[in-house]
Each structure stands twice: as C-alpha cells, then as structure tokens.
Design a binder for this molecule. Sequence first.
Ligand code: TMP
Length: 214
Amino acid sequence: MKPSTPPPSNAPGLLIAFEGIDGTGKSSQIRLLAATLRGQGVAVVATREPTDGEYGRRIRALYVQRDTVSREEELALFVADRRQHVAQVIMPALAAARVVLTDRYYYSTAAYQGANGLDFEDILRQNEAFAPRPDLVLLLRIPVAEGLRRIRMNRGESPDTFEGEDYLARVVAVYDRLAGANIVRIDGLGSVDEVQARVLAAVRPLLAGRGPGV
Ligand code: TMP
C-alpha cells in the first residue's frame, strides 16, 4: 500500500500506538512500558480506544448487539470517538511533550471495519485527515486461535461479536497489508517479559536523545 501523508502533530511529544487482535497482550505491554518509562522520568499518558467518553460507551453497547447498526454507522461512531480522543487527550498531551501510549488507534478501524467489508484505505485516509500520525505503531501478532484461547482462558469470557474466528482472520489479513515506516511488527508469542523486551527494543531508538534512556 502506498504510504499516505497524514498531518504531522507538530508537537514535541511522542505518539505510540499499540495494535493487534484481542488477546495479543496490548494492555499488559502498555502497563509495563508506561511503568518503565515513568521510572526513567519520562512523562507518560496511557490511553485507549474506544474511549470512556460518550461515543466509546455507545460502541461498548454494540459489543453485545452489533447488528443494531449498519457498518457505516459503526464506522462513524469509531471515528467520532477518535475525533474527541484526538482533540481532548492526544493533542494536548503531545503539546505538553508527553509520551502518549494508546491501546488501539485508527489502524484498528482500518483492520476491524475493513474486515467488515469497508475499504480500509478509505478508512485510513478519512482518519489521517484529522488524526496525527503515530511516531511508532507496535503491531502485536499472534495466531487467531491463540488470541481466542487467551480471551477464553485469561478473561474468563466468551469472545464477543468483534471476536469471531473468521472475522478475526480477516482483521489479521488487513493488519498484514498495512505498510509504513512507522509500523513495527512484534511477535506476541512467548512470556510477557519476552514480549516486553521486544517492545523496548522497538521503542528505545525513538527515545534516544530525549533524556534518560530506557
Ligand atoms: P478492546 O477495548 O477490548 O480493545 O475492544 C475494542 C474492540 O473494538 C475490539 O474488538 C476492536 C474493536 N474496534 C474496532 O472495531 N474499531 C476501532 O476503531 C477500534 C478502536 C476498536
């Protein structure tokens, strides 16, 4: 795919997005990375999408009854949630020179709504018109069957409507097609510590020159 050119944030902070199917361990990895960075004196904002705002809450309600909205309406909700997130959380934090770690960003919309029959390149363009391009996208990869196994075992939950096996295989296929110099694919198999070492190796070059090393 031809890399597009979203607006630079023009801000002194750093934006790092964690992406991947559910069960890849994104939230544990964000928690660990945030703790490591804070231990080094780096000011970190850890955040997530869908957010806990008005649109995020409506999206969570969809998890149970996804067929109550069209795929276009679903896309519109994720984009509206992101607009708020960018304006109210991400841009202010970047302007204040924070390192922002977001659990999901617009690549999730490309992958999940793309897997639902929408054009993922259109989705990328639509988002890149208003959302700053991340300095780094860490795309955690595990096989779909392993993701589903972890959801059932670790969370004690049944997979929700975003988590059917065929659907997730299509999500992975879109993630696999994403290209860009800022995207780093990380093997999500292995222990939490092993994956954390891979995450740190990808993040370190970005932080070099920003003060204390990680
Ligand atoms: P999570 O809060 O457990 O990560 O779940 C969010 C779910 O919403 C996950 O299955 C992926 C899905 N999702 C989309 O379909 N599009 C999006 O743009 C985002 C941010 C999440």
